[in-house]
Design a protein around this ligand. Structure first.
Ligand SMILES: C[S@@+](CC[C@H](N)C(=O)[O-])C[C@H]1O[C@@H](n2cnc3c(N)ncnc32)[C@H](O)[C@@H]1O
Length: 335
């Protein structure tokens, strides 16, 4: 009998990848990681504690162990340092809400992929609307804390004149944590967060909860149709927002340029096409981004530098940001 010429394993692995992620997400939702982090457990007592079927849980635990999130020793499962850092709520780098946020994007793209590929459906409005959800905001913040926030803030604090800055704008600031970190670093700085109307409302609540209302305000502003105040800011920050404007990059950068005082800095943070992130991950991110209604999630250093130059910026500074240095931070000064 004839047998295939090629090994089917790569395709078989792809089919199984989605069940792995679903298992991780459900392990998280059902409290498996929290329980195992408290003390190593066998499947049976853990199943009783969580109200689950022992044999089903045994398989889930084995799958989590096969993927490096648990270890198994004589039937007893323990948490690994990787899962302890990202999947246990008490960790400062807990990513539970980020996984939920991405799962939501994946599900709404997956469920309509053929129609989106044919151009018979659009997700841009649903995507824009999703940013104001409290949980999604928390997820976006959790992702920033993987390093993008720390690296971007460090680059800004190192800019000439940082201590003399008085007013900054956080374009598409969402959760506002980038601004709040900068306000902590410079007590004379005030921040204006610009975002879509519903996001601005929730951001105002977050700013109050974090005790920054006297130095930070959130404003409703759709930057596709509205502009920013002119000659007003010492610093404009745009983290993970330029991708929404790649089809009108030069005019958008022109608006930012006009909003800065002479000598003011613009800092962009976004995904770097030249980063070491695996090619398969980059390609998946690009597909989700396109199908969600945006042109691209990655903007190269050369492309951005050229656009910034034509908008009247100079004195470029760059640095890597975030997990696997997947992000690019670029600072440019208004001449
Ligand atoms: C991926 S989030 C980035 C949040 C934050 N800057 C960060 O890096 O963690 C993108 C933000 O841009 C906002 N946004 C998207 N389109 C916008 C527009 N046309 N005008 C203003 N804000 C917009 C979204 O509402 C969302 O809050």
């Amino acid at each position: 009998m004839q047998k295939p010429q090629y090994d089917f394993t790569p395709l078989f692995s792809m089919v199984m990848e989605s069940i792995t992620f679903t298992a991780v997400l459900n392990g998280l939702r059902l409290g498996v990681f929290e329980a195992v982090a408290k003390s190593p457990r066998q499947a049976s007592p853990l199943a009783e504690e969580l109200g689950l079927q022992p044999q089903a849980l045994q398989s889930l635990l084995e799958l989590l162990a096969a993927n490096g999130l648990l270890t198994e020793d004589a039937g007893e499962f323990s948490i690994t340092p990787l899962a302890q850092e990202f999947l246990v709520a008490s960790s400062p780098f807990f990513q539970g809400q980020f996984l939920e946020l991405h799962n939501m994007f994946n599900v709404f793209i997956e469920s309509d992929m053929a129609a989106l590929l044919r151009g018979d459906a659009s997700k841009r409005q649903v995507t824009d609307d999703s940013w104001s959800d409290h949980d999604n905001m928390r997820g976006t913040m959790q992702h920033a804390l993987l390093g993008e926030l720390q690296d971007t803030v460090a680059l800004i604090m190192d800019l000439p004149g940082f201590s003399g800055m008085r007013v900054m704008c956080d374009v598409g600031g969402n959760h506002g944590e980038f601004s709040m970190a900068l306000l902590e670093a410079n007590p004379d700085l005030r921040a204006e967060l610009m975002d879509l109307p519903r996001v601005a409302e929730v951001a105002t609540e977050r700013i109050a909860e974090r005790g920054f209302s006297d130095r930070m305000t959130a404003h409703a502003c759709d930057l596709r149709t509205e502009t920013l105040p002119v000659d007003h800011y010492d610093l404009v920050l745009a983290s993970h927002i330029l991708y929404g404007f790649t089809d009108q990059l030069e005019s958008f950068l022109g608006v930012i340029h006009d909003s800065l005082r002479s000598g003011g800095w613009f800092v962009a943070q976004h995904m770097d096409p030249a980063s070491a992130l695996p090619g398969t991950v980059k390609a998946s991110i690009n597909l989700i981004t396109r199908l969600a209604g945006y042109k691209a999630h990655f903007i190269g250093q050369e492309q951005l530098e050229k656009a910034l130059q034509s908008a009247g910026f100079g004195e470029f500074r760059t640095g890597p940001a975030g997990i696997g240095e997947s992000g690019l931070v670029m600072a440019a000064r208004k001449k």
